[in-house]
Write a protein that binds this ligand. Structure first.
Ligand code: MN
Ligand code: MN
Length: 461
């Protein structure tokens, strides 16, 4: 080796495609299959909690009971209103020695039905929607949609709705204008190509058989809903119904190296957090996995992480052990497990190549997110990033760093800042995604598996 090569190897920071490193394709494929199964069943935050509880109960976790004494190795969870979960495996050390936290979110962008959604126009029945999270609205037209959620009735009962995933069930759709008549539509700015109030979901066209009366299509739909779910139109007022792209996750590419699906952001990190907790036996430090709601709309509300949810949970554990909650928080370490944008060769201009995350380069550490000069973010400390770097390398995790696009081109946020504000050391780590927030997002199987290995590494250190 020449002096030049030797010195360069020693001094330069170079990253390599993870698929060119050692062959771990069997483990990666196995983990991907588990993830695809999880993701296909987790189309909404409520369904994701349901699926996660199924996995947790099988793995010996039970509902946390306030006042009960738990010992090292005990496995508990708190179900926050069916939309968020706090999961813990009690450590050998008391929580004032710090905990190890992995936090992902399980809500994804979608079309929510308005409180009074059902109407008939020109003998078609439709639902009015209010989109949830950041979407490119035009992407949500002309794709098959499923409907999931709940009607909560005045008598205290809840009726679950889940229709459109199975090929034998009907689906729904937002219509768009044919190109022949779109000359005026094309003149709108791209962000308004489809406007919020144009995201109306087509749900029926058959009139109730009668010679008189108006709104016969709407009447027929309500008659069917009444027969199937026992609801009347007023029950929509206390419902949460979400339209999401229909269908299961699928492999992408001739080489099957990627997974395409709705809702990777952020269930692709939630699954690694969940499985790392399931794998924890009797950890040194208490490990906590948080599956949070409401991240896509700013984490506000009692199921989001800008609430007392996590702080209270750690408080319960501290109280049980007779130690101080705030000391527990200050000594805790956290991976805010969320996705970042993957470099897309079709749109290279938005990325600064030296600091962009790439498909198959492993879990991506994002030191800060934010916008307008690192505003609205938690910029992880150098000390903490050094600690994470060390444990990832020691545990053979393939990882890379990323930034959310070029400076001043846009930006975004994660739950990291809310956890950092509690006094916890935290950095973002997750999976790079292509077409983020689209009805069909793409991730690499290797990156998903490496995110799981990264969370495991934190839980063991
Ligand atoms: Mn996210
Ligand atoms: Mn997102």
């Amino acid at each position: 080796m020449s002096d030049y090569t030797e010195l360069k190897e020693k001094l330069f920071y170079t990253q390599k495609n993870g698929l060119l490193k050692e062959d771990i394709s069997v483990e990666v494929e196995e983990f991907s299959n588990g993830y695809k199964d999880f993701l296909g069943a987790s189309k909404t935050e409520r369904l994701c909690v349901k699926k996660s509880l199924e996995i947790l109960k099988k793995a010996g976790f039970s509902e946390f009971s306030y006042g009960k004494e738990y010992k090292a190795g005990d496995r508990v969870f708190i179900n926050n209103r069916g939309k968020a979960l706090a999961i813990a495996v009690i450590g050998q050390k008391t929580v004032d020695n710090g905990t190890r936290i992995a936090a992902a979110h399980i809500d994804s962008p979608r079309l929510d039905l308005k409180p009074n959604p059902l109407y008939e126009d020109s003998e078609l029945a439709l639902f009015k929607t209010h989109y949830y999270g950041g979407i490119k609205k035009y992407q949500w037209t002309t794709v098959p949609l499923a409907l999931h959620g709940v009607f909560c009735k005045k008598d205290g009962t809840t009726v679950e709705v889940s229709i459109g995933e199975d090929e034998n069930e009907p689906c729904f759709v937002v219509t768009d204008l044919l190109p022949h008549l779109a000359a005026a539509q094309y003149k709108r700015p791209a962000g308004e190509l489809i406007r919020g109030e144009e995201l109306n979901v087509l749900i029926g066209s058959r009139p109730f058989l009668d010679d008189e009366g108006s709104e016969l299509v709407k009447l027929n739909i309500l008659k069917m809903l009444n027969e199937k779910y026992g609801i009347v139109e007023e029950d929509f007022l206390s419902a949460e119904l979400e339209c999401v792209p229909a269908g299961k996750p699928r492999d992408v590419g001739f080489d099957l190296s990627m997974i395409g699906s709705y809702g990777h952001d952020d269930r692709v990190c939630a699954y690694p957090c969940l499985m790392a907790a399931v794998d924890a036996k009797t950890p040194e430090y208490t490990v906590i996995s948080i599956l949070a709601d409401k991240e896509e709309v700013g984490s506000d509300g009692n199921t989001g992480l800008n609430s007392a949810f996590l702080e209270q949970f750690i408080g319960f554990l501290a109280e049980m052990q007779g130690v101080n909650k705030d000391i527990a928080l200050c000594n805790s370490k956290c991976l805010s497990a969320d996705v970042n944008a993957a470099f897309d060769p079709t749109f290279p201009d938005v990325m600064e190549k030296k600091n962009a995350a790439c498909i198959n380069y492993g879990a991506v550490i994002t030191k800060y997110t934010g916008a307008r000069g690192k505003g609205d973010t938690s910029d992880a400390s150098a000390e903490f990033v050094a600690f994470i770097r060390k444990i990832l390398d020691e545990n053979n995790v393939i990882w890379q760093t990323g930034e959310l696009g070029k400076v001043d081109l846009g930006g975004g946020g994660t739950v990291a800042k809310y956890i950092a504000n509690l006094g916890v050391d935290v950095v973002d780590l997750g999976v790079p995604v292509l077409s983020m927030h689209a009805p069909f997002e793409v991730v690499s199987k290797l990156d998903v598996y490496m995110t799981y290995k990264a969370v495991k590494a934190l839980f063991q250190n």
